[in-house]
Design a protein around this ligand. Sequence first.
Ligand SMILES: *Cc1c(COP(=O)(O)O)cnc(C)c1O
Length: 362
Amino acid sequence: MSSRVYNFSAGPATLPLPVLEQAREEFLAYPGAGASIMEISHRSKVFTAVIEEAQSNIKTLLGISDDYVVLFTPGGATMQFTMLAMNFLNGGTADYLHVGSWASKAVKDGARFGTTRIAWDGKPDGFKRMPADNELDLDSNAAYVHFTSNETIQGIQFQKEPDASGKPLFCDASSDFLCRPIDIDKYGLLYAGAQKNVGPSGTAVVILRKDMLDRIPENLPPLLDYKVMADNNSLYNTPSTFTIYIIALVTRWVLQEIGGLEKMEGINREKARMLYDVIDSSDGFYRGHAQPQSRSIMNVTFRVGTEEQEKMFIEQATAAGLDGLKGHRSVGGCRASIYNAMPAAGVEALRDFMLAFQRANG
Ligand SMILES: *Cc1c(COP(=O)(O)O)cnc(C)c1O
């Protein structure tokens, strides 16, 4: 078997090694099924236990009450940009915090179903920070307030939820889902594409407050109707069963091996600190994109020395087994995605590489 690199890819991203090992162990014959989890009915007893575990782990980790449903929807986070607007915008107006590249897409896709108003715009300043509550220009008629808790491409993160002034708060948490505890009762809707922090791509985890279901118009396409998804416990059609199985294993790992979200956050903060410390003490050789108070603990974005040196940095890092450090094509530079599953040893290896690279080239 070829050996594993430290994979800093933004997504699909590295998964916990113990999870991959367990999936390999169970790949041919899932316990009690005599077949792979991929080969059995999504309505079987065995799979029912799997989807129920995934839901119950997520509920336990985030302290979610029975006022909410936990759904698994097709089409990743991008489909949610459309689905949430179809269900809740419906010709009206909603406020969007335009904080980065993913927020842009949410604004654009939602606009097919009503007015997606920009309540704060970070674009003129190059998406370097998140807004404070007193900077938001909210509309009293807004059906909801949508924000992106962590902008994966720019590497900026809200330190706490924005104040939605009593409107339902909607959140794209794709790249920081389960990275820390949150106060879920503040949210009307929270969704996350699975492939950053909890599993393979193609599925979104959706947490929806049940009273929101009453606002949904009749006769939406069934797979894009949260009510249909909730009434059928995400099994209106055949969901991505393998993805849900991996989500069950990853959330079990966070719960049992890590010990919950407070522990997870502590580990994540320490990993992020290691890299930001190198940036801050590099005399400008490494230059962070995010303003310090908005720095992400999931995606660390930075530039290196000269254009030439930056290219060399990525090449040499890749050769040293530190993979996926090239920044998103839209912004360039470097990005180290250090999601829950990235071990501290991987971040230490990157830190040491950065220090050595600056000594050699700075
Ligand atoms: C990756 C990502 C998306 C898109 O996810 P898909 O599953 O590819 O649709 C949306 N929002 C954020 C914040 C992301 O990081």
